[in-house]
Design a protein around this ligand. Structure first.
Ligand code: UD2
Length: 311
């Protein structure tokens, strides 16, 4: 098989760096565009097939040149202001990154007649908002309620429209609660499992918001990478949106137990009031994705164990 040329925006971030690693392992040439606002250079391996640009995707002149120069086979649109809290602080700036910059990339491809084999965009379970119905289905209602969720949803729709109208084969995925190595625990709005593992490592106190009975569909990052790989090659997935999750959920207290047993440590925990705007229960229906041939390989205990051992 011929080697591919892959663009990963946000490639120095948590999920992006795993996509980069996978493609390098397969012998492909990878270009990363990341402004390092959240990503870290140390997330990226040393590799002759990797080219890194410290650039924001909002630099359209740069992006236009890059797209024309490389004529990528696969384009991963993973760069984002990924913290909902951040987008509440700076809604217009985050809109420029999370929506406008991505549409500018699509438009550049369209106008310059560049036709990648696949474009993959990371949307979010946040598109479902606080709607109570479970499990969440892709053909069910959405109620995006923050700048973050609105931009993810709108970009997802733009992408699928470009896919249908301009021969730009694209797939959008709605990530649920992704966890695993290289998720940065530094912000209070980082994924809760990274905050818990870091508290276990440092013997520091974890602040539990609410009663701990809230549920999430926690999906291990390697299963996410596998779902994206499937979307690269499966033509039936083009023009569609897919939940990426496990199809099962657990309470936060259960997740804590799992990480305690993986680490052999006891978490110090302080109960605090429920976080404003938190959703109580979340679980994905993944039958659309499994009908394409996807099976999650990591149950929670396997993911928690591998995650802990990687630290
Ligand atoms: C996830 C996404 C968010 C958005 C949202 C949509 C992550 C990191 N965030 O938020 O971007 O898509 O889904 O629904 O994937 N918690 C604590 N202590 C802490 C931190 C969190 O108790 O120090 C609780 C938190 O109140 C929540 C649960 O843990 O009930 C999960 O929090 P999260 O921030 O990891 O993820 P979530 O689902 O709120």
């Amino acid at each position: 098989e011929m080697n591919k040329t892959v663009l990963v925006t946000g490639g120095a971030g948590f999920i992006g760096s795993h996509v980069v690693e996978r493609h390098l392992n397969e012998g492909n040439a990878v270009v990363v565009v990341d402004d390092l606002s959240m990503g870290l250079l140390e997330n990226l391996p040393e590799n002759d097939n990797l080219t890194f640009f410290e650039k924001s995707i909002t630099d359209t002149a740069f992006m236009n040149d890059l797209l024309a120069k490389y004529n990528f086979d696969y384009i991963y649109l993973l760069a984002a202001i990924a913290s909902v809290a951040d987008t509440i602080e700076r809604p217009y700036e985050s809109h420029q990154v999370n929506q406008e910059a991505n549409i500018a990339i699509l438009e550049s491809l369209r106008i310059n007649n560049l036709r990648p084999q696949r474009i993959l965009f990371s949307s979010s379970a946040a598109t479902y908002g606080t709607l109570p119905d479970l499990p969440k289905r892709e053909d069910g209602p959405v109620r995006p309620a923050t700048a973050y969720a609105i931009d993810k949803y709108a970009t997802e729709r733009f992408l699928l429209t470009y896919s249908a109208l301009y021969d730009l084969p694209a797939v959008a995925v709605r990530f649920f609660n992704v966890y695993g190595p290289r998720q940065n625990p530094k912000s209070p709005y980082s994924g809760v499992l990274s905050i818990i593992t870091s508290a276990l490592q440092d013997n520091s106190v974890f602040r539990l918001f609410g009663d701990g009975l809230q549920t999430r569909d926690f999906v291990y990052v390697k299963d996410v990478v596998a779902a994206l790989k499937l979307a690269e090659d499966n033509d039936q997935m083009v023009g569609e949106v897919f939940n990426v999750a496990t199809g099962t959920s657990r309470t936060l207290l259960d997740a804590i137990k799992g990480l305690e047993s993986a680490s052999g440590k006891k978490l110090m925990l302080k109960k605090e009031p429920e976080r404003l705007g938190d959703i109580k229960y979340s679980e994905a229906d993944i039958s659309k994705l499994t009908s394409m041939g996807y099976t999650p390989m990591y149950d929670f205990n396997a993911g928690a164990a591998e995650y802990w051992d990687s630290l």
